[in-house]
Design a protein around this ligand. Structure first.
Ligand code: ATP
Ligand code: MG
Length: 287
């Protein structure tokens, strides 16, 4: 039977809102909470955080990476099983030349559908809305948009506008308040950062996750430490509230995975095959 992935894209035009932290740690929590579910992670960024975090052994320079995925390589050639049992695709510095190939909005959906990757795919995007990010947005069954302040919340309108322009249902789009500093308090009904962000989001018609991610010095130190390593929250920040918040986010994601009857990759691929079959029919009749 053909495998189709359930795709989660983490996106925000604003830099430093916690996209990569969410993508990498969500992959680890998903694997910890549902061991038998394959989880594959990749990034369009060239920070190599994913490689540093998940690589079990140094790979040869020519090991297939995200560039190979975008050129249509199959799962068995590109997905490496890394630390914590998380599958990952090596990051690439060579994605600029590929934009031409990605003029269409559904190219990545097709590539994922045909890749043979199963389970959950998590895509970490760059802080922009270039054609690769757009493809990742349209391919997603669920888009998580971290917002930490008013500028990042304002930026969300560009993602929503992209969906409107293409006439795509926006039900996959969901904001998540991130880097919430519990020391920030306001007088009046919007008593803190997350309540204020939620209220403004609701006012603008954006869906917001019930949970949020707190700003934690411990979590920040997982990325920048004298070891030069990137440690997961699950193993190195278990005594923070961010740990329970990630458990909650992961439960929420697993509920939506279980409830999904057909993923976007499956729906699009079925539609494409039917379209192609439709094209072939007249040809057969005319001979
Ligand atoms: N919950 C948190 N508490 C404290 N610091 C955090 C938290 N989450 C992320 N950070 C820190 O915030 C910074 C930005 O996080 P991250 O790299 O995940 O953001 P990003 O949106 O992926 O950034 P970019 O747009 O540059 O890719 C990092 O230094 C990270 O360690
Ligand atoms: Mg990032």
């Amino acid at each position: 039977m053909h495998a189709y992935p359930y795709t989660i894209t983490i996106s925000s035009e604003k830099g430093g809102v916690g996209k990569t932290t969410l993508a990498t740690n969500l992959a680890i929590y998903l694997k910890a909470m549902r061991e038998d579910l394959p989880v594959t992670l990749f990034s369009f960024d060239n920070h190599f955080t994913i490689d540093k975090m998940f690589e079990l052994q140094k790979r040869a320079e020519n090991t297939p990476d995200v560039h190979a995925l975008l050129m249509g390589a199959k799962a068995e050639e590109i997905v490496q099983i890394g630390q914590y049992g998380v599958g990952y695709i090596r990051s690439s510095t060579e994605l600029s030349d590929i934009h031409e190939r990605f003029k269409g909005p559904m190219t990545l959906t097709r590539i994922l559908a045909e890749s043979g990757i199963s389970g959950i795919v998590i895509i970490d995007t760059r802080p922009d809305l270039n054609i690769l990010t757009q493809n990742a947005l349209y391919a997603a069954d669920r888009v998580l948009i971290p917002v930490k302040d008013l500028p990042s919340l304002d930026n969300c309108k560009h993602i929503f506008a992209l969906f409107d322009q293409r006439g795509i249902d926006k039900k996959s789009l969901e904001l998540i308040p991130c880097l919430i500093d519990s020391r920030i308090k306001f007088d009046g009904i919007f008593k803190d950062q997350k309540t204020l962000l939620r209220a403004i989001a609701g006012n603008r018609g954006y869906r917001c996750m019930d949970t949020y991610i707190s700003k934690s010095p411990k979590v920040e130190s997982l990325n920048t430490n004298p070891d030069g390593k990137i440690y997961p929250i699950l193993t190195h920040a278990r005594n923070t509230e961010v740990h329970s918040q990630f458990m909650e986010i992961t439960r929420d994601v697993l509920r939506s995975v279980d409830a999904a009857e057909e993923t976007r990759a499956c729906l699009y691929h079925t539609w494409l095959l039917e379209k192609e079959a439709g094209k072939r029919e007249p040809l057969i009749r005319s001979t």
